[in-house]
Design a binder for this molecule. Structure first.
Ligand code: TPP
Length: 320
């Protein structure tokens, strides 16, 4: 396992909890009608976002998906501006006009959540191409799901990335369902990672519930793509605990899949490893979780007490 300091280990722990608690709070506020619109949660998938973003530099880029809260928080987006966006407030990342799927913060390399399935891949190639031409040394990582892995833009992106040796990592979060469809009914191969072979680059499948495995895999991939060796595809096997969208009755699931006994909890798993490695007490873990809770509480307070968008803003940023 990759060596990290105790402080770094606790930072990872806090970030995992920040994402989990942010989304559980968003779920609660959505269900009671406080948050408008449509939200897709990544509860159960936190190790993918945290492990992958931890391996990137602050000025590297990510492109995200409709299920992007974890990615954005992990890359350094501000929880307050994110929650305000979900609440439709002017202080939100898109002035409250876009909601959950329109969160971007270029200052930390977040090129945007994205409601168009599969489009994170070509956008990442664009960012990677710019970095290549300008020789900035930056790389881009595209998050997408196994559903998106069958979409044309992802294949076009992989082809051009291979051809031009773009500094890009394709990171597939394989959470077993695309909307209501299980993996087997729409993916023609046992592992999405084998598709990289068709484009002549490396593809690997990893355990997406193990934050340290994700971290070390992305770190190795980042080193290769940064050296100009061309793209890498990483498929992380993971579990989505909530519905495709909040409110999804999940009738397509065998009920046993909802039983916590049958789920892998990436945070619990990390806590066990962490406590062993660094001899942490339950109090150490609790105080790190409480730090995350305080960040989420602040975000909620900020969002709910922020102004509604003013009518004067209505025509601002309208381009056509
Ligand atoms: C181009 C496009 N086609 C279809 C949809 C509708 N849609 C939204 S999410 C989704 C499934 C995506 O599955 P996956 O890529 O596995 O991501 P997950 O939801 O599992 O995170 C679909 C088909 C869309 N938003 N965009």
């Amino acid at each position: 396992m990759i060596e990290i300091s105790k402080a770094k280990a606790l930072e990872i722990h806090c970030k995992l909890w920040e994402i989990r608690l942010f989304e559980l709070k968003a779920s609660e506020l959505y269900r009671d009608g406080t948050l408008p619109g449509f939200i897709h949660l990544s509860v159960g998938q936190e190790a993918c976002a945290v492990g992958a973003c931890l391996a990137l530099n602050r000025d590297d880029f990510i492109t995200s998906t409709h299920r992007g809260h974890g990615h954005c928080l992990a890359k350094g987006a501000d929880a307050k501006a994110m929650m305000a966006e979900l609440a439709g407030k002017e202080a939100g990342y898109s002035k409250g006009r876009g909601g959950s799927m329109h969160i971007a913060d270029v200052s930390v390399g977040v090129l945007g959540a994205n409601g168009i399935v599969g489009q994170s891949a070509p956008l990442a190639c664009g960012a990677a191409y710019t970095a290549q031409v300008k020789k900035t040394g930056q790389i881009a990582l595209a998050f997408f799901g196994e559903g998106a892995s069958g979409a044309g833009p992802v294949h076009e992106a992989m082809n051009i990335a291979a051809l031009w040796k773009l500094p890009v990592i394709f990171f597939c979060e394989c959470n077993r369902y695309a909307e209501l469809s299980p993996f087997d009914v729409h993916v023609s191969v046992p592992n999405v990672s084998v598709r990289a072979k068709g484009y002549g680059f490396e593809g690997i499948t990893i355990d997406g519930s193990d934050v340290m495995e994700v971290y070390s895999s992305v770190l190795q991939a980042a080193s290769k793509v940064r050296q100009g060796m061309g793209p890498v595809l990483i498929e992380a096997k993971t579990h989505r605990w909530h519905g495709h969208y909040e409110g999804d009755p999940m009738n397509y699931l065998d009920r046993s899949e909802l039983d916590p006994e049958n789920r892998i909890d990436p945070i619990q798993r990390y806590e066990t490893d962490l406590a062993e490695t660094f001899e942490l007490s339950p109090d150490d873990l609790l105080s790190s979780k409480e730090k995350a809770l305080a960040l989420v509480d602040q975000a909620v307070k900020f969002a709910l007490s922020s102004e509604e968008p003013s009518a004067a803003l209505m025509m601002e940023d309208v381009l056509s």
